[in-house]
Every structure is written in C-alpha cells, then in structure tokens.
Design a protein around this ligand. Structure first.
Ligand code: ADP
Ligand code: 5GP
Length: 195
C-alpha cells in the first residue's frame, strides 16, 4: 500500500506496553469516532475472555506462513514468541473508503507501517507508572504464566525508549476519558490538516 492510498482516510497506529490500556482505548475510539478497527491475526493461544474474530483471528503457525507467502499482510512481526499480522485488504478498503482506520500493533509493526504509509499517525500510550502497568496487566487476567508476564513487563522499557524516538505523539493513560479525548484531538488535527 503506497502513500497515495492513505489520502482518503486516516491511518492511526496505536502502540504501548502490554496492559497499558490499548484495547480499552481503541474500543472507545471506535465508538466515538465510528472508526474502523483492524482485527489482527495471531498464532498465540486465545485468552480466557477473548473471542475469535473480535479480539484477533486466532490461527496456526502454518496458516500464518501461508498468508505471509500470499502477501496478505500489511505488516507482520514476532512478538513474545508468537506471530502477529495486520490483514492488508480490509485496511486498504477502509482507507479508500475515507474512514479513520486504527491499528493496534507493536513498535516493529508501527515502524514497518510508517515506511510504506508515511502519512500514518503513530501514537504511543504510556502508563502513569510501572506499578500501575503491573496492576493493569493482572486486572486484565488473560491467564498468562509468570514468565510471559515478566517478559511483557521487561519489554515495556525498551518499547518506551523506541517510542520517544519514532512516534508522532505520546499519550499517558492515567484517566481513561482524558486519554481518549487527547487522542481524538490528535486525530482531528491530523484529519483537518489534510483537508
Ligand atoms: P492492553 O490492550 O494495552 O493490553 P487493556 O485495554 O486490555 O490493555 O487494559 C488492561 C487493564 O487495564 C484492563 O483491566 C482495563 O480495564 C484497565 N485500564 C485501562 N485503562 C485504564 C485506566 N486509565 N485506569 C485504570 N485501569 C485501566
Ligand atoms: P497481546 O498478545 O497482548 O494481545 O499483544 C501483544 C503485542 O502484539 C502488543 O504489543 C500488540 O500491540 C501487538 N500486536 C497485536 N496485533 C499486532 C499486529 O497485527 N502486528 C504487530 N506487529 N503487532 C501486533
């Protein structure tokens, strides 16, 4: 997908450490902006409260590789020992349709999207503190083991360092309503600037 194709809609990429509140924020953005949220494909096991086709499309490594070979992904990456990918066609269609399109992807995915879609707006969500992040990860209760949880917490500081360097905006998710409001303002400004 080249740059010319992002002229109709707005491509918004949301990243942040695991448990910071990305899914919660994205759900609110979809409701309030009538935005299109891309449902990613993943090979990780489905979590206790997750639904196939709503949270992710949960598929096997083999099916994932077939989609990679078919060039079906706008971007894809290995994250926490599993594969994740953004389906190219639904995103392309929604952008051409003039919609605000939201991708919730990791830093690797965001940088890869920015290379092909230079108009993409990169927004990184920060926790108010490390303790809040650890607490929210527990509150989310997806049934991860301790190793996986530790790995997710450890990678947060690396992701935050990359975010300072590469992202267009950093937003602290202390108060949820305030964070959503800030992101809406950023998107509005960007949409206005294109018209
Ligand atoms: P992520 O998608 O980044 O992994 P989630 O959206 O699943 O994170 O949120 C993790 C947990 O944190 C959930 O229990 C959610 O309700 C909670 N949460 C999200 N935003 C806030 C906030 N501003 N204050 C307190 N808890 C929050
Ligand atoms: P989780 O397993 O907690 O849902 O997601 C783990 C990480 O994978 C998060 O940083 C999330 O943003 C990222 N992620 C989710 N979907 C995609 C995707 O399609 N592509 C990439 N690159 N990362 C993704």
């Amino acid at each position: 997908m080249g740059d010319e194709n992002t002229n109709n809609g707005t491509l918004v990429v949301i990243s942040g450490p695991s448990g910071v509140g990305k899914s919660t924020i994205c759900r609110q953005l979809v409701e309030q902006l009538n935005a299109f949220l891309s449902v990613s494909v993943t090979t990780r096991p489905i979590g206790e409260n997750e639904v196939d086709g709503r949270d992710y499309w949960f598929i096997s490594e083999q099916d994932f590789e077939t989609r990679v070979a078919d060039d079906g992904f706008l971007e894809h990456a290995r994250v926490f020992e599993n594969s994740y990918g953004t389906l190219r066609q639904p995103v392309k269609d929604a952008i051409q349709d003039g919609q605000v399109v939201i991708l919730e992807v990791d830093v690797q995915g965001a940088l890869s999207v920015k290379k092909t879609c230079r108009n993409a707006l990169l927004i990184f969500i920060l926790p108010p503190s490390q303790a809040d992040l650890a607490g929210r990860m527990k509150a989310r209760a997806r049934g991860e083991d301790m190793d996986n949880e530790r790995q997710r917490l450890d990678s947060a500081s690396q992701e935050i360092a990359a975010a300072w360097q590469h992202y267009d905006h950093l937003v602290i998710n202390a108060d949820l309503g305030q964070a959503v409001k800030e992101i809406k303002q950023i998107i509005d400004q960007n949409t206005g600037a294109k018209q």
